[in-house]
Design a protein around this ligand. Structure first.
Ligand code: GDP
Length: 424
């Protein structure tokens, strides 16, 4: 049985949590492949609103093994808190498996991110200040600590000592902060180790064996394609790779295992933080999308920037991820607009761009070229099949699929499980 990948096609917050939850029904393993506790999936199930930042949303299904793969950075304190939170609402977290290769977020990562963002002033990246960027930085610099290091206190202490020698100099001499002490960190992390021990596994092998046994594996990304470290709008990006290619590296499987690549896309576009966003609407249209769509960050509570559907970035996402289908969310939010704008290309420096300009200055300067489609007034939240949608909403969806060149497989008209309508 094949693997499927769920990937965000815009700037994150597309509703991947909901999409994964919908698809999870048919899955045996759900694997989170990048990011850290900055993802903030919101899932509405069985009367509970659950906010999961790290644990894959598949945990809500008793038949699913949830996996955190190598490419995720893990703050063990946050992971344990999330597990306790699940247990408190009656969800059994014992089926969670975590790779021993995951790099850990350490207290100095949190501290350093706080002070460096302050130092950058108006050039601050607007990070979630969870220590995720600094943890990925240390991974690349090869001074990171991995979860498996927790299980040998001597090794853990040695590695921590090496890391702290440099970190404390930076904290004290550059930023005028107090140094961190090895002993206190060791005490805390050894306590985490005891609780995490039963959850640690060779997840690459686990995934491989599941695929050999004919099980269904869903690889779940966080953030979105335009926030990808390599493929996004650098430097206004996340510190890892949400694109499909990284799902393979992180899970440790080959490309031929993947059959479906499901691109999650909002019926409009939002973005948190700074960086280019050609279809942003600074007027009442954008305000209305933000209010009706409740566009506030799950993790930070920050107001998201809002704008119109951008077929240019979607075509790009389709290309760099190899999308086989689209899962369109939040169509219900568009009810009540007399007309809806859809961006088909950009204009920059006298030229027309059908694709995302590879030169970032051009992307910053890009002006959207819009096509206007008819809106609809009907409330869509009660629709239970595609046939229940008004003609204008169906025409809107058909046009999106046409412009992107990828078929739509599911349309979502509300946060509930029953509000996901199969479209193909
Ligand atoms: P993710 O990070 O991509 O999983 O996105 P979030 O979970 O942060 O954002 C999705 C938010 O929109 C959540 O609050 C969902 O409950 C909600 N949501 C998801 N799909 C729909 C939809 O079709 N309509 C509406 N109105 N809300 C939705």
């Amino acid at each position: 049985m094949p693997a499927s990948v769920v990937v965000g096609t815009q700037w994150g917050d597309e509703g991947k949590g909901k999409a994964t939850d919908y698809l999870a029904d048919r899955m045996d393993l759900v694997v989170r492949y990048q990011g850290g506790n900055n993802a903030g999936h919101t899932i509405l199930a069985e009367g509970h609103t659950l906010k999961l930042q790290l644990i894959p949303s598949g945990i809500l299904y008793p038949h699913i093994t949830s996996v955190i793969a190598d490419g995720v950075v893990v703050d063990p304190r946050v992971l344990l808190e999330e597990m306790d939170g699940l247990a408190a609402v009656g969800v059994d977290p014992s089926r969670l498996m975590v790779s021993g290769n995951c790099h850990m977020i350490m207290p100095y990562h949190l501290e350093l991110e706080k002070v460096t963002e302050r130092f950058l002033g108006k050039n601050a990246l607007g990070t979630t200040k969870r220590g995720i960027g600094p943890a990925y930085g240390d991974k690349a610099a090869r001074i990171g600590l991995r979860i498996q290091d927790l299980f040998d206190e001597k090794i853990f202490r040695e590695k921590l000592d090496v890391a702290l020698r440099e970190k404390n100099l930076v904290l004290t001499r550059v930023y005028g902060r107090l140094p961190l002490t090895v002993g206190l960190i060791v005490d805390d992390y050894m306590r985490y180790a005891e609780r995490l021990r039963p959850h640690i596994a060779d997840t690459s092998k686990l995934i491989h064996e599941a695929l050999r046994e004919g099980k269904n594996v869903l690889l779940e990304g966080a953030q979105g394609t335009m926030l990808d470290l390599d493929k996004g709008t650098y430097p206004f990006v996340t510190s890892s790779n949400p694109v499909t290619g990284y799902a393979l590296a992180s899970a440790g499987i080959g490309p031929r295992e993947v059959e479906r690549v499901i691109g999650i896309t909002k019926a409009y576009v939002t973005r948190v933080g700074a960086g280019p966003f050609p279809t942003e609407d600074h007027g009442p249209g954008g305000e209305r999308l933000g209010t009706l769509g409740q566009e506030f960050g799950t993790v930070t509570g920050r107001k998201r920037r809002c704008g119109w559907f951008d077929a240019v970035i979607l075509r790009y996402a389709a290309r760099v991820n190899g999308l086989t289908e689209l899962f369109v969310t939040k169509l219900d939010v568009l009810s009540g607009f007399p007309t809806l704008k859809v961006c088909t290309s950009y204009r920059a420096e006298g030229e027309t761009f059908e694709d995302v300009p590879s030169n970032q200055s051009l992307f910053h300067a890009a002006e959207p070229v819009y096509e206007e489609l008819a809106g609809w007034d009907e409330d869509l939240t009660g629709a239970r099949s595609i046939e229940d949608l008004p003609g204008a909403a169906r025409a809107y969806l058909d046009r999106l699929a046409d412009l992107v060149g990828v078929p739509i497989s599911v349309v979502s008209v509300g946060p509930g499980r029953e509000q996901s309508l199969p479209a193909a």
